[in-house]
Design a protein around this ligand. Sequence first.
Ligand SMILES: Cc1ncc(COP(=O)(O)O)c(C=O)c1O
Length: 492
Amino acid sequence: MRTSLLSDWLAQRLDKTGTEPAYRQLQRLLREAILAHELPAGRKLPSSRMLATELGIARNTVIQVYEQLAVEGYLLAGTGSGTFVADSTPDQQMLGNPATDASGETGRLSQRGQRLVASAGVSRRQWGAFVPGVADVTRFPAAVWSRLQARHMRNPQPELLSYAPPGGYAPLRVALADYLRNARSVRCEPEQIIITTGIHQSVDLAVRLLCDPGDEVWTEDPCYWGVRSVMQASGLALKPIPVDQEGICPSSEDLAQPPRMMLVTPSHQYPLGMVMSLARRRMLLEFARQRDCWIIEDDYDSEFRYANRPLMSLQGMDDANRVIYVGSFGKILYPGLRIGYLVVPPALAEPFAVALAELYREGQLLQQAVLADFIAEGHFGAHIRRMRNVYGTRREALMHEISRRFGEDVPVRGDEAGLHLVASLPDHLDDRQLAHDALAAGIATRPLSGYYSHADQATRGLLLGYACVQDEDIARHFSTLARVMEDHLQLR
Ligand SMILES: Cc1ncc(COP(=O)(O)O)c(C=O)c1O
């Protein structure tokens, strides 16, 4: 566009009746014309006086626009000889000569990004019959929590509104160390406790600090898809190891090639529910000591054990400082709280605390302070005891319905602890299709085969969460599910 035509072009586009000020319109139009090469580099612009007269706007407006665009690099001004369009085209030599033109592929993900999204297990449904692993958040003692919160909020200490110190809020680490020593036989001092946003973040931090991309990590097969994805996204080589009745069961060939790390759920195998035997625990600890590998103990829900007391943690048996214990408040209080923790060996306490603060710039100290009071004043223990009774009743109600409708046809497993059980199905049955059809009928479950590394070798079943279904709704919702199950089992 020739300079003489510019005034006409601008005059046609300037809307003096609209709400956008002339200053902003002129700036936008000139920017667009320069980016679209309508005004090429080196082109001289009309003087501010001339342009203001031709457009019928204040000269100051044009001066301001020219100055602003000069600051942004679109124009060269103030040389005395006029205002010119600056040369801002990218230097092709500097950019090199790409083999392909990637323009237009703005949605392209990295390979690990593609893998993560393609294999994601996360569900849109987080509440209702029979979503596995969700606490009954309607029973959360909100009045107590809000009283404790108000106490801190009345006159908040500046440090509570700031970033978290490395490792988290000190009184919470003290209260938690006390609780874990007593309730879970964890051997720890408060300094070894690192407060995180949950098990996902705890595992993420542990693999970043203890593994390098490409390192081999053992996971149980089947296992929780969430932490599997966290580790996969860190570029680790995951090796699924089958489980038997005693927990993770590496073969002699597996044992000959020790991994850098393994992730296990000894108190309540996820999702099948068995407890790791003492012999297997001792074998793993000795193996980790001799072969210098790390064990992550995911103790996500073992507070809720129905027939007997919670079991001793693997960490409590570890004399060689190989176990990193991870836990969460999501299953006990409510998932959206997003507070969890790691217990690390003493030598790792300082690096973990520093790395956490460095990577994630933690905060939420007010919530941590409320939680510290909640534990120290006995509300936490009372809530666990109360909810163990509530969930125990719901578990029995669900087991009763399953057995009443299906008897021996649908054996139940993994019901001794936690917030879900597994309804076993015959091997020929497509549990994914069944879960899909159940969802269409309004009931959320998860197919057991989805937790295995190879669906074709998986045991079939449905994970049914009973914790977040009210007692009086269990029979009704199970009846809906049972009709879908009967169709698949060809019992009708
Ligand atoms: C075995 C297991 N580990 C960890 C988690 C997630 O823990 P968080 O919510 O603290 O990240 C879950 C959630 O369902 C789980 O089942």
